[in-house]
Write a protein that binds this ligand. Structure first.
Ligand code: UDP
Ligand code: MG
Length: 187
């Protein structure tokens, strides 16, 4: 039940000086930071983290958003998806991110809940995206600004495994005891 998950403070979060604020939320909840570094990734690496086949899913979502907000487009679902993915790659490579591996009981689910919905306009207050961002993914797609939603967190055990191996070498992950571990996990 003790899981590891990958979290990124994305370029918008770092540029806005939110790194400490975000780290503090995880620390205070009792979730352990077992690896952390600042990295400015290149396009090659970004395409490994966000594979191009995500464009398909983005196309569907972007088109749905355009309809939801009563907007029009003459672009195809495929074009929209590819453009949204390109914008995402440009955004994630524009400046450094803070990458970390967090460990805790049901960490993948717990951390995703703290991060909130993908589109900040749907993220509940109290979540990181709901407290520190407000633009929608539709707005990001239409303006070409990239999905600026402050943080990334692994979505599943499979993603966590793949993402941790991509971002961290085994020797960059540490084992230690937090002083409050008994109180936060009972273990
Ligand atoms: N994204 C975007 N437009 C979309 C959906 C996602 O720009 O319509 C970006 C956003 O930055 C998001 C990332 O792509 O965090 C990965 O998308 P995913 O659906 O995996 O969302 P997440 O797991 O980050 O909530
Ligand atoms: Mg995801």
């Amino acid at each position: 039940m003790i899981e590891r998950t990958l979290v990124l403070i994305k370029p918008d979060g770092v540029q806005r000086g939110l790194a400490g604020e975000i780290l503090g939320r995880f620390e205070k909840r009792g979730i352990k930071i077992i690896g952390m570094k600042m990295v400015h990734i290149n396009r090659d690496f970004a395409e490994k983290h966000y594979p191009k086949d995500m464009a398909k899913m983005f196309g569907k979502k972007t088109l749905e958003g355009i309809k939801e907000f009563g907007l029009n487009t003459n672009k195809s679902e495929r074009e929209l998806g590819e453009k949204t993915w390109e914008d995402l790659i440009n955004f994630i490579t524009e400046s450094p991110v803070v990458a970390m591996v967090l460990e805790g009981v049901h960490a993948i689910k717990n951390v995703r809940a703290m991060v909130g919905s993908t589109s900040p306009h749907e993220a509940l207050p109290g979540t990181i995206r709901g407290d520190y961002a407000h633009a929608s993914m539709t707005y990001s797609s239409i303006t070409g600004t990239g999905g600026r939603n402050v943080v990334h967190a692994s979505a599943s055990a499979e993603d966590a495994k793949r993402e941790i191996a991509l971002w961290f070498k085994p020797e960059e992950l540490h084992e230690y005891k937090r002083a409050d571990e008994f109180h936060t996990t009972g273990g």
